[in-house]
Design a protein around this ligand. Structure first.
Ligand code: HEM
Length: 498
């Protein structure tokens, strides 16, 4: 009996000690976290951030940061209360993305946010796992056969769906079309065909949207919203108790998983050796189905909204610059003549002005407006900024496109000629233009994205006059992983051929 009492009191003491230790541990972790963030910081930037006074003058955070970065002599700022250094200095960008790449991984805070959706997919991992997937994916994406496969998919989607859809709206009285929505559907069809060999048919407005498209949309939207929570504790708490948006996210991810598993099983049954999509290609390198699911879902996320965002901004700018539109039409006619309808892959590569216009529009409106890494060890950036271990360091393509010291006094103008030397397209340093990121982790889908954009721009500019319905209203960007225009981009369409 006495022995039982002793045992019970020993257990109680152990529980109390364990509980007290946990509380103390949490308290000190929280204290360290707070010390690093410096929530008491009273500098102008932090005060303005905390009191939201910046919002009186600027429509969104990106524009405010751009203003601060322009004023900063180094092109770098530190928002102490967020533990976030933000830079628009190309030398710093090169340093973090190439020179000290290993010291600036994506880091845990990012991978936790997207971890439930992306798992261990390339977009969401660092270190050896990233290296392995990068090698495998680079081999596949560098092949000529995948590029012509991508071109084939995009051309089919344009000819069989995009053009008929715009034609059906053309000239209609009150026929306003949301171009952003059209491009989102268009790029989802393309990236699904490219990644899985599956056609969700999102651009066929007569069909109901596939349950996969809906689930994927919801899962990426809710995952992105985690990044906007005041503190990660908020969404982690909701996830723990499976409530609110986290319950919806869990359900959406379950749907995505069911679909991906079905696709993989089907491929195993029907054989993948003679299929051209990414999933089939990766199946030749690994048998791990979870890994296959993760890597393909990463491609879906990376390649979907980015292209739609780039196309939306492009047509917004084109609608404001009829001279650029006319120059693209001239170049098209010069390269393909009057009789041919569709430009070939090779012909598109010769269209230097078109390429300049596409690069220029993403300079002003990069689909990924900023991108962050987390510093591993204390460091000093080339401009002299000290970076403490664990600090979030963000490079800011949106601000960089608006910096006089990077692009010259005409940096705010849309000038495709900026990219031409004697009429030939001349790329700039990727560290000055990190729209596709740069260095070792540069976007793997860059070529595919450019093929998609060139094809769409040529097909639509050749056939239609597209004008923004409210031209005097500048687009307002909504926060998210990828830039999107609040309220979409309503346009009026005229068919030039009818
Ligand atoms: C205009 C369109 C696009 C832009 C502006 C763009 C931009 C970017 C950027 C900035 C990153 C780095 C993100 C980060 O590490 O946090 C990235 C990575 C990536 N992109 Fe793109 N992207 C575009 C289209 C595409 C497409 C169409 C695909 C797929 C076919 C794709 C596949 C990827 C992949 C797989 C990565 C991860 C690479 C790695 O971590 O090693 N992207 N992209």
């Amino acid at each position: 009996m006495g022995f039982e009492i002793d045992q019970a009191s020993l257990f109680t003491t152990f529980c109390i000690l364990f509980f007290s230790f946990t509380i103390l541990f949490c308290f000190f972790s929280f204290l360290i976290f707070i010390t690093r963030l410096r929530p008491w910081c009273n500098c102008d930037v932090c005060r303005s951030y905390l009191s939201l006074s910046w919002a009186k003058e600027f429509g969104n955070l990106c524009d405010w940061y751009t203003h601060l970065l322009k004023k900063s002599p180094t092109g770098t700022i530190h928002v102490h209360v967020l533990g976030n250094i933000i830079t628009a200095n190309p030398e710093n960008v090169e340093y973090m993305l190439k020179t000290r790449f290993d010291n600036y991984p994506k880091g845990k805070p990012f991978s936790v946010i997207l971890g439930d959706l992306l798992g261990r997919g390339i977009f969401n991992v660092d270190g050896e796992s990233w290296k392995f997937q990068r090698k495998m994916a680079s081999l596949e994406l560098g092949s000529v056969s995948i590029r012509s496969y991508a071109f084939e998919i995009v051309t089919t989607e344009i000819q069989s769906r995009l053009i008929p859809l715009l034609s059906s709206f053309a000239g209609k009285e009150n026929g306003v079309l949301d171009l952003q929505d059209v491009f989102r559907r268009f790029s989802f069809d393309n990236i699904c065909k490219f990644s899985f060999g599956l056609d969700p048919g999102c651009l066929q407005l007569s069909l109901p949207i596939s349950s996969f498209a809906l689930a994927f949309d919801l899962a990426s939207k809710l995952s992105a919203e985690r990044a906007m929570a005041a503190s990660p504790i908020v969404w982690k708490f909701k996830r723990l108790f499976n409530i609110g948006s986290e319950r919806k996210l869990k359900e959406a991810i379950k749907m995505v998983d069911i679909f991906a598993t079905e696709m993989i099983n089907q491929r195993r049954k029907t054989g993948f050796a003679d299929q051209k999509d990414l999933l089939s290609r990766f199946m030749a390198s690994t048998n791990d189905d979870k890994y296959l699911r993760d890597i393909v879902i990463s491609f879906l996320l990376a390649g979907r909204d980015t292209v739609a965002s780039a196309l939306t901004s492009f047509f917004y700018l084109l609608s404001q610059h009829p001279d650029v539109e006319a120059a693209i039409r001239d170049e098209l006619e010069r390269v393909i003549g009057r009789t041919q309808e569709v430009a070939s892959f090779e012909q598109m590569r010769q269209m230097h002005y078109l390429n300049g216009a596409i690069y220029e529009s993403m300079r002003l409106f990069p689909p990924i407006q900023f991108d962050s890494k987390f510093c591993q060890e204390d460091d000093i950036l080339p401009d002299g900024t000290f970076v403490r271990k664990g600090t979030r360091v963000t490079y800011h393509p949106y601000a960089m496109g608006r910096m006089e010291r990077v692009w010259g006094p005409d940096c705010l103008q849309f000038k495709p000629e900026r990219w031409l030397q004697n009429g030939v397209f001349r790329p700039e340093s990727p560290y000055k233009y990190p729209v596709f990121q740069a260095g070792l982790r540069i976007c793997l889908g860059k070529e595919m994205a450019l093929v998609e954009m060139r094809s769409v721009v040529l097909a639509l500019v050749q056939r239609f006059d597209i004008r923004v319905a409210s031209p005097n209203q500048a687009p307002q960007f909504a926060p998210g992983l990828t830039a999107s225009v609040r309220g979409g981009l309503p346009v009026l369409v005229q068919d030039r051929w009818s």
